[in-house]
Design a protein around this ligand. Structure first.
Ligand SMILES: [Zn+2]
Length: 269
């Protein structure tokens, strides 16, 4: 599933081709992916000009000139593409936008978990999302407040989009390794130094991943090279890049988790 760096990369690549374009037509071929309904999405989008394309958490946000918004969430297998993209054969097309410059934007989604939402009130629609980890006002003390209020283990807590927005399985594992913290550590037991390290590690790994255009581990998200820079994710049994100890694979809350047992010791609680 695309996480913050992949969605940010997608937004940056589509932005120059979408901003300033008017949507002439919208068609859904899988109406269940539209919220509140495909009729509302079509009525809200058609005839509107896209003034801005931005990201909030893992959502791609189309700002429309009349104050409306389209939010696209790619979930497991969603992808935006151009119908006339030379290196791409469109498959599993679930929705299309026709633009005033003659181009057609496609929403392709093999597994149909992706969502297209129309809203007039972006703040209300995204109210439950936690803070953006790369925002200037996301300070170590903000992170400390969000962690200490919850007596949960770090891994499931960091994956919770209402706690921090945008992290998924890959970057949670990478951030915890960089911070030297075991994913089962209780969040409310972290001291200030742990929080400071975790805050720095989250931002460092997300910035590195954006510079690397995200992680491409399957056909769904092509074009990134962060997979070559991952330190623990997907490296079970391979030597830790820092200490040589084999990386261990764990299951935490149904999610595959990757840990160096030496660099991320589990402290007695
Ligand atoms: Zn290690």
């Amino acid at each position: 599933m695309p996480e913050l760096p992949e969605v940010e990369t997608i937004v940056r690549s589509f932005r120059p081709h979408l901003e300033g374009r008017r949507i002439c037509a919208f068609h859904s071929r899988w109406v269940k992916n539209c919220r509140p309904s495909h009729v509302v999405v079509r009525r809200g989008a058609v005839g509107r000009t896209v003034t801005q394309l931005t990201r909030r958490a893992k959502f791609i946000v189309f700002h429309l000139h009349d104050g409306g918004y389209l939010l696209v969430h790619l979930r497991m297998s969603g992808r935006l593409a151009w119908a006339d993209q030379p290196d791409f054969r469109p498959e599993h097309v679930r929705a299309t936008w026709d633009l005033d410059d003659g181009h057609r934007l496609l929403f392709c989604d093999a597994r149909k978990f992706g969502r297209i939402t129309y809203t007039h009130d972006l703040a209300a629609t995204t109210a439950e999302l936690g803070p953006e980890p790369l925002a200037r006002d996301f300070t170590p003390s903000v992170l400390r407040g969000r962690l200490r209020a919850r007596r949960r283990q770090l891994k499931p807590l960091l994956l919770d989009q209402t706690v921090i927005a945008g992290l998924g399985n890959i970057y949670t594992d990478e951030a915890l390794f960089r911070a030297g913290l075991h994913p089962l550590t209780r969040a409310d037991r972290l001291n200030d130094e742990h929080v400071r390290r975790l805050h720095a590690a989250i931002r460092e790994v997300l910035r590195l991943a954006i510079r690397s255009h995200g992680t491409s581990l399957d056909w769904i998200y092509p074009g990134g090279w962060m997979q070559r820079r991952l330190l623990v994710y997907g490296r079970t049994g391979e030597p830790c890049r820092r200490c040589g100890t084999p990386i261990v694979g764990l299951r935490i809350g149904q999610r595959g988790t990757h840990v160096c047992p030496k660099c991320q010791p589990r402290k007695a609680e």
